[in-house]
Design a protein around this ligand. Structure first.
Ligand SMILES: [Zn+2]
Length: 373
């Protein structure tokens, strides 16, 4: 069995969406630095992400939109059409220096992953996970939609049946747009109810292949364990996918500034552990996550789990220094970060009551038939 592959790039180290945007914080570089500091990332397991060419991006995005992104990057200015039609240059989707090359690098990694997984394997592309991107417009910090492009790349290389599992705090409206009604694509999303973009209510099955589970504020580890064991794993097992794509957003963790869920990073990692080995191909993507410490600590452990490596109880100095060097300006969580954000990767579990509304919702979805059944 081949060892897992990590796809990354230095472009993510200094690129920022601007001083006040949630994506002002470094994320991918923290994961790469932590993995290297722990001795978890030998060069033979690392691939520098290619930048996707426009010709590859127009497999899903419109040529006009891709041209607009390239032109905006070059001119650092938007036209009325860029704003109105493509939603480029809004507060959410601002103009920044790498507005084309950064998302095209994340997408290039995901497209490459689809190719490399042709004959099986495990790939981690933490820059990926931009699940809100739409064919003709930017949406929710996402200019492109690399999960859709990854799945189209898998299909192009002969992999038909794909299970897409999304445990980001937000509903993957862009991915749903790409694969609605596709009987060979199972989509499962666990997301915070009533959070933007508000598109994933439980009765939205996207034409028969989506299982949308909105969860209440304060969603805890015990509740995620139920969702994993009673919904995610049984549905994926019954579907018998040839590939699993997991979007492992870090914004459902308690410390995240954009959501109101209360998970510890153990909950996300347990979903990953459950999915491993359920299909001959596994692609894990990043996604949301806006607290630089909780993103780095979760996503580094994702790579550890994929390699069967456990984080040490107390981090070695080199890893601790990576976390101590992070800044979270403009957020109260950055003022006096608790010591364990620097010295550990593993959170204390956040178990709690499993609320009736969670049980009921899981019950409704577990009864629903799989696509094509
Ligand atoms: Zn999110």
């Amino acid at each position: 069995m081949q060892r897992p592959i990590f796809i990354g790039h230095e472009i993510f180290r200094h690129s920022t969406y601007g001083r006040w945007h949630p994506l002002r914080v470094p994320r991918v570089s923290t994961v790469m630095d932590l993995a290297r500091a722990l001795g978890w990332l030998p060069s033979e397991q690392f691939i520098t992400s290619p930048r996707a060419k426009p010709a590859a991006l127009i497999n899903w995005h419109t040529p006009a939109y891709i041209s607009a992104l390239q032109r905006v990057q070059q001119q650092q200015d938007v036209t009325e059409q860029d704003r109105k039609r493509h939603d480029i240059g809004s507060v959410t989707n601002p103009v920044f220096p790498e507005i084309f090359s950064r998302p095209a690098t994340a997408a290039g990694g995901s497209i490459l992953a689809g190719e490399l997984l042709k004959d099986g394997g495990v790939i981690y592309n933490p820059p990926g996970g931009t699940h809100h991107g739409m064919p003709d417009r930017a949406n929710g910090f996402c200019y492109l939609n690399d999960p859709v492009l990854a799945m189209l790349s898998l299909r192009h290389h002969g992999v038909q049946r794909i299970a897409y599992v999304d445990i980001d705090a937000h509903h993957p409206d862009g991915v749903e747009e790409g694969f609605r009604g596709d009987p060979d694509c199972l989509m499962i999303s666990v997301h915070e109810a009533r959070l933007w973009p508000r598109t994933g209510p439980i009765d939205n099955d996207a034409g028969g292949n989506a299982f949308n589970l909105p969860v209440p504020r304060g969603f805890n580890d015990s509740e995620m364990a139920l969702v994993r064991d009673a919904l995610i794993l049984p549905k994926v097992a019954a579907f018998q996918p040839e590939a699993i794509v997991l979007l492992c957003g870090a914004d459902g963790l308690e410390e995240d500034p954009l959501s109101h869920m209360a998970l510890s990073n153990n909950a996300q990692l347990d979903v990953l552990r459950g999915l491993m080995g359920m299909a001959p191909r596994l692609l894990v993507l990043g996604g949301g996550g806006y607290n630089p410490w909780s993103v780095g600590r979760l996503w580094a452990q994702v790579w550890g789990v994929l390699n069967d490596l456990d984080a040490p109880e107390v981090l070695p100095d080199a890893a601790e220094n990576v976390l101590r060097a992070l800044r979270f300006d403009g957020n109260r969580r950055g003022k006096n970060p608790p010591e364990h954000w620097f010295t550990t990767l593993k959170d204390t579990p956040r178990e709690g009551d499993v609320r009736d509304e969670v049980r009921e919702a899981v019950g409704i979805l577990s009864q629903r038939l799989l696509p094509g059944a």
